[in-house]
Design a protein around this ligand. Structure first.
Ligand SMILES: [Zn+2]
Ligand SMILES: [Zn+2]
Length: 351
């Protein structure tokens, strides 16, 4: 079969490799759709991911497909089932798992290789994080479960509730998912976007107000002015991953509010925060990483409910042979708002 294999920094190759076989407890899934993701781009740029991927390794982690082979002992799935298999599963026995923080599992098992005709799903993911896709839900929609599960967890951890005002800084795929999931939950969203062409996307996904960074002299003041009584936002979500926007987050939140640093800058990055503001403002600083089996299920429900505008997130369609060129293109282009996610269809499929 054909698979995209990451060899290192900006070195992604299409290769002929053996079709995987299902061991005990495992599945082999024929990939129906795999989605491009900002995390993949980050890994492509750096050439590795400390937790998820060491090259050379099959690439891609957001997928849904059809069960092709069922390993011994698997009873929950049969050949022909349409499934979404998440990119990780926790051990459920380590310290963090036992303390309800499965996203921080010391033995989190990752699976990569979505940009391929087939993918092997390890037993633990089969057992804990593989879900049957209802009829009528396209596989490329189901594949949105993974990024949305991270977003759902970020919202829950920030304590977002109906009527709150939330600032979302950044209008990449994750920022746009935060806006939409928050809007569905009844939260008033103010988007802070870098490029003019992102204004429309932010509005489409539920932002009530949009601050265009290039169009205002002072982004913090312009954003605060849009919050009730200019107090600042109840919650700020940072989804850009640079020090300046981390600092904006603290400057845009109200007293007693929560800032969630959702974007992960490279290790070693430092930020400057006003201690006075943090202390006397009683501000909660929070960061969120990854998802748990529970938030995967919440996200899956949202994706399959029809309430989430899945189709609007999939702005490109491609075949497997185009994957290396897609990543090279993502690297060297600033991207556009119409460019949210590309669905890769290894078997042809809807184009
Ligand atoms: Zn992803
Ligand atoms: Zn664990």
């Amino acid at each position: 079969m054909t698979a995209a294999v990451l060899y290192g920094k900006e070195d992604l190759r299409l290769e002929r490799v053996a079709i995987p076989q299902a061991g005990v407890g495992e599945l082999v899934v024929r990939v129906g759709a795999a989605l491009t993701c900002g995390t993949d781009l980050k890994v492509y740029r750096r050439g590795y991911h400390a937790k998820m991927l060491k090259p050379p390794m099959p690439f891609g982690h957001e997928l849904a497909g059809v069960v092709e082979e069922v390993g011994a002992g698997v009873t929950a799935f049969k050949v022909g089932d349409r499934v979404v298999a998440l990119n990780s599963a926790p051990c459920d026995v380590c310290f963090f798992c036992r303390h309800g923080q499965q996203n921080l599992c010391e033995d989190l098992l990752f699976n990569n290789g979505a940009y391929a005709e087939f993918i092997r799903i390890p037993a633990r993911i089969v057992e804990k994080n593989t879900l049957i896709v209802p009829e009528g839900v396209p596989l490329e929609f189901a594949a949105l479960t993974e990024p949305l599960a991270c977003v759902v967890r970020g919202l829950e951890e920030s304590g977002a509730k109906a009527g709150d005002t939330m600032v979302v800084i950044g209008a990449g795929p994750i920022g746009l998912m935060f806006m939409h999931a928050a809007e569905i939950a009844g939260v008033e969203v103010i988007a802070v976007v870098k490029r003019e062409d992102q204004i429309e996307a932010a509005k489409l996904f539920g932002a009530r107000e949009v601050v265009h960074v290039g169009a205002v002299p002072d982004v913090v003041a312009a954003t605060r002015a849009l919050t009730p009584a200019g107090r600042g936002a109840d919650i700020v979500i940072e989804a850009v991953a640079v020090p300046a926007t981390w600092e904006w987050g603290v400057d845009m939140v109200r007293k007693g509010g929560v800032v969630n640093f959702f974007g992960g800058p490279p290790s070693g990055t430092k930020v400057k925060l006003d201690t006075n503001r943090l202390h006397y403002g009683d501000i909660t600083l929070k960061a969120s990483f990854h998802h748990t089996p529970a938030t995967c299920r919440t996200a899956f429900e949202l994706v399959t409910s029809g309430r989430f505008k899945c189709a609007e997130y999939i702005t490109g369609r491609a075949g497997l042979d185009e994957v290396p060129a897609i990543f090279a293109g993502m690297m060297h282009r600033n991207g556009s708002a119409r460019d949210i996610k590309t669905a890769v269809f290894p078997a042809g499929g809807p184009r």
